[in-house]
Write a protein that binds this ligand. Structure first.
Ligand SMILES: C[S@@+](CC[C@H](N)C(=O)[O-])C[C@H]1O[C@@H](n2cnc3c(N)ncnc32)[C@H](O)[C@@H]1O
Length: 172
């Protein structure tokens, strides 16, 4: 460790020489996430780990991403979820993708045991108050829970999604 701080632009140039493409390997899908700030944070995580972001095609999500996009136009690939959330999830499954929910649930895989994704994977994230709907949770291939020892009932959804994204991307 030299102690000299590297300039952000230099760091970025070392890491990535080209813009994003759609790799379609890892898709973060905050389909029920309501708060703009959380969507912006998840967009940055997608950029960092090389994932795509999938969101419903509504004015709310469009606006939220415009406000939260601090990547100056070089944002990751966006998938619009249509015609409905269940239909989109079914289409992803039919295309051979693994559907993983991030949720506090009985029988969930603890984060430390989550292996990097070897097949294309969709990661579902729940609403800030209501979580992932039960009927959706009942149909996922795997549910991942991040163990907690504090007083809080749950983590911020963007933090939870980012931790899982790093594991699935094989970066942590
Ligand atoms: C604030 S939590 C929602 C909690 C909600 N009160 C419930 O009972 O489901 C919002 C979302 O963050 C994710 N999340 C938060 N903490 C988590 C944890 N410890 N393990 C897994 N997912 C978590 C889940 O996707 C959850 O749906």
């Amino acid at each position: 460790m030299s102690g000299a701080k590297t300039k952000p632009t230099e760091l970025r140039n070392r890491r990535r020489s080209a813009g994003h493409g759609c790799w379609d390997q890892l898709i973060l899908a905050p389909l029920w996430v309501a708060y703009d700030a959380n969507l912006g944070t998840l967009l940055r995580t997608c950029d960092a780990v090389g994932a795509c972001l999938a969101v419903p095609r509504t004015d709310h999500y469009r606006r939220a991403l415009e406000v939260g996009d601090t990547l100056r136009g070089r944002r990751p690939c966006l998938h619009w979820v249509a015609p409905s959330k269940p239909a989109w999830i079914a289409a992803q499954r039919a295309a051979g993708k693994r559907i993983v929910a991030v949720e506090l649930a009985d029988g969930a895989t603890p984060l430390r045991r989550l292996a990097p994704a070897r097949t294309p994977t969709v990661v579902l994230l729940g609403h800030e108050h209501n979580g992932v709907p039960d009927d959706v949770l009942a149909q996922v291939d795997e549910c991942v829970e991040i163990p907690m020892i504090g007083w809080g009932a749950s983590l911020n959804v963007a933090v939870a999604g980012s931790l899982v994204a790093y594991r699935l991307a094989g970066l942590s």
